[in-house]
Design a protein around this ligand. Sequence first.
Ligand code: FES
Length: 164
Amino acid sequence: MPEDKPLWREEFSVSKADERYVSRRQLTKFLTLSSVGMFAGNLWILGKSWLRKTKTYQRTAVARAGEIPVGGVKLFQYPEQGEQCIMVRTAEDSYVAYSQKCTHLSCAVLYSREQNRLECPCHQGYFSILDGSVLQGPPTRRLPRVVLERSGDDLIAVRMDPEA
Ligand code: FES
């Protein structure tokens, strides 16, 4: 057994000069790993926002032409179950559809045939039937529109505008 050397010196036999080197190396390792972690995190956030922007919508048949009388309404769910939308047949061959969720505080908007607009009963927010823009009331954003296509007698919902 070596003379007067404490036990810990034997178990951690690193000289003073090397200790500094080791701690610098550990710091460098820590900084490198932290940088790699932050880089990976940023990549993940970027990828997630990119996926959100490129959201795909199912083409969904939501009504049959002629099923709704002129001035009539049909409720349906799009793009997901539970996301209520309202379709209005505004003329013989014209259909429009919007999210039924008011952009103020999410009450359900209703169609007023007399006023030919969508009305929110909660705070009297009114929306244009032509493009969903705000006509009156506290909402500041227009209603998201359901883009429709016609395929034979089917009315197909293809996406939301603006995208949800
Ligand atoms: S929730 Fe529709 S106007 Fe307030």
